[in-house]
Design a binder for this molecule. Sequence first.
Ligand SMILES: [Zn+2]
Length: 201
Amino acid sequence: MDFGQGVVGAVVSKGKLLASALPLVAELGHTPVPGNDRRCGCGAVGCLETLASTEGLLESYRLVAKKANPSWNSLVADVHKRGIEPWLTCALNSTADVIAGALNVLGLRRVILTGNLCDLPEAVLEKIKSRVCSGALWARFGNVECLRAPRRRSAGLVAFGIDRLLLPSSGNEPERSRERPGKSLKSRGIRIRTAVRNLTR
Ligand SMILES: [Zn+2]
């Protein structure tokens, strides 16, 4: 789950990136949060994204810090200095509740957080993890992991491209790119090199 301009996730289940009938998967940031009346860019009111995105967190911080346009760096410094104050608690609890619900639906037990939350102190991750464990059913039976990691978008895109082009037997290859046996290896190699070159630019 990535936190930045928006709040969005990707789901990997049984080693595969989850796809669905609609081009909308793991849009966890657009889950409504009770009591939240902020209008979201998607047109709805109350989405998690309006609380936990960079802009959402800055808006909450601005209201209590009484600064006209606080920077992300000043927010981060304040949280490191003062710890988790009430203005931040709502965003963290809401984030954890949405994640816990997703884990229960998907039957997963590991969450990786990337993006702006990685700038905040370890206590923030621990608070999210604690709340996720409260809501995730698997925590009653085993370990639920909640980790944070740096963004590696280029590496992820390369891995995804290779998975789609090199491992079509995994069922990830789109219908339109299937080829006749015998022809596929050479052309697939060319396509992989082209995809990697494009994705790493
Ligand atoms: Zn929304």
